[in-house]
Design a protein around this ligand. Structure first.
Ligand SMILES: [Zn+2]
Length: 311
């Protein structure tokens, strides 16, 4: 049995996970990061001990703890180098938790952790190499090689969301223009949906958003495209084109066995995957050789806890 912890800006979620990657019990508390890291470390320990007790187990039944953090973590030193949403810089998180629980603790970035779960127990099960990209507010990414997270020499790899694809005039949160995530995030669909509605207020996108431009979601744009709304179809086609361009870049750099697509946008399922695979096949370098399969993520929100548990 292992403990997996998913620390986010709003919630701390902890789970007991068995050797098959199955979550046995979970508990959570609000993160309230303004309290400081020591309070969060104490909460992680307390929830873990509660879960162990609730399941009739003893601390000696637990092999290890893994933690996914929304930032950059140096696992060797047990230090979170930076987590912007938690206001953390060089936080000795592992040492703090060890005040309450004496088991081995590993950490990594939350996107890497989710990729580990998908690569081992989810859509990448049975593969030796997988890349998971999460299409949400931004574009998160993780690269799993031989069962382990590959996070680079300085702990921040991969940041595929910040590969620059072109000059679309959209400034990314990182300060550059044209990052992959300004084309391929859910935020990109929302931004283009709003633009289209401002040009044509008869668009189905606005109707699906209840007539409120500020309420437009990525799903509204996708649903309008499914119903052949012209503006939405154009947005979605462009979206697929650039998502495919980013994926071809990833394939050219890493040539993984599988690329796994997660996040809210992936819920579009085959409506996204079918044209995406077609577009990738048109732009792949070696058209006559096999290359990465593209699959939808399988574990949803559980990926954070499951992946952390096997760090
Ligand atoms: Zn960027």
């Amino acid at each position: 049995m292992r403990i997996g912890v998913d620390v986010g800006g709003t919630n701390i979620a902890v789970g007991l996970v068995d050797e098959n990657g199955k979550i046995i019990a979970t508990g959570s508390r609000p993160a309230e990061p303004k309290r400081g890291y020591a309070a969060i470390a104490k909460d992680i320990a307390e929830i873990s001990l509660e879960l162990i007790k609730r399941c009739g187990l003893d601390i000696s039944d637990v092999e290890s703890m893994g933690i996914g953090v929304p930032g950059v973590a140096d696992n060797e030193k047990g230090i979170v180098l930076r987590a912007v949403n938690l206001y953390w810089t060089k936080v000795p998180l592992v040492k703090e938790i060890h005040k309450y629980i004496d088991i081995p603790i590993n950490m990594d970035n939350d996107a890497n952790v989710a990729a580990l779960a998908e690569g081992i127990f989810g859509a990448g099960k049975g593969t030796n190499s997988s890349v998971t990209i999460t299409l949400g507010t931004g574009v998160g990414s993780g690269f799993i090689l031989n069962g382990k997270v590959f996070n680079g020499a300085h702990h921040f790899a991969p940041e595929l969301g910040h590969i620059v694809l072109g000059d679309n005039g959209v400034m990314c949160n990182c300060g550059k223009i044209g990052c992959f995530e300004t084309y391929a995030s859910a935020t990109a669909l929302i931004r283009e949906g709003k633009k289209a509605v401002m040009k044509d207020s008869n668009s189905l996108i606005l109707k699906l958003a209840g007539g409120e431009i500020e309420s437009i979601t990525a799903k509204n744009v996708i649903d309008a495209a499914k119903q052949f709304d012209e503006a939405a179809m154009m947005i979605f086609n462009d979206y697929v084109k650039y998502l495919a361009m980013g994926i071809v870049n990833i394939i050219n750099i890493l040539d993984p066995e599988v690329i796994i697509i997660g996040g809210g946008v992936a819920n579009a399922g085959d409506f996204l995957l079918k044209p995406l695979k077609e577009e990738v096949s048109k732009n792949i370098l070696f058209k006559d050789l096999p290359y990465a399969d593209i699959k939808k993520a399988e574990l949803g929100n559980d990926a954070g806890i499951i992946g952390a548990s096997i760090l």
